[in-house]
Write a protein of this length. Structure first.
Length: 76
């Protein structure tokens, strides 16, 4: 059986260069195929890798860091 779950997650990000802090919201689609779970992250309806990877600061363009390993559910 194939189970699909859609949720939203928000990650607080921080720029180590200019000290900017912001939040990004991602759509998370989880699929269970037997014993295997597949997870896709989407931002602006486009698939991305892991949410905390390759995010860029909108001010200076530096690579962002996740502020502590915290994730919070988001209602939409």
């Amino acid at each position: 059986m194939r189970d699909v779950t859609k949720t939203y997650e928000a990650y607080q990000l921080h720029c180590p260069v200019c000290d900017e802090t912001w939040r990004c919201v991602y759509l998370v689609i989880s699929r269970r195929l037997g014993d295997t779970e597949l997870v896709d992250y989407l931002r602006d309806n486009l698939p991305i890798g892991l949410p905390w990877r390759d995010e860029r600061c909108g001010t200076c363009g530096a690579t962002a860091q996740v502020v502590a390993p915290r994730t919070e559910p988001v209602r939409r």
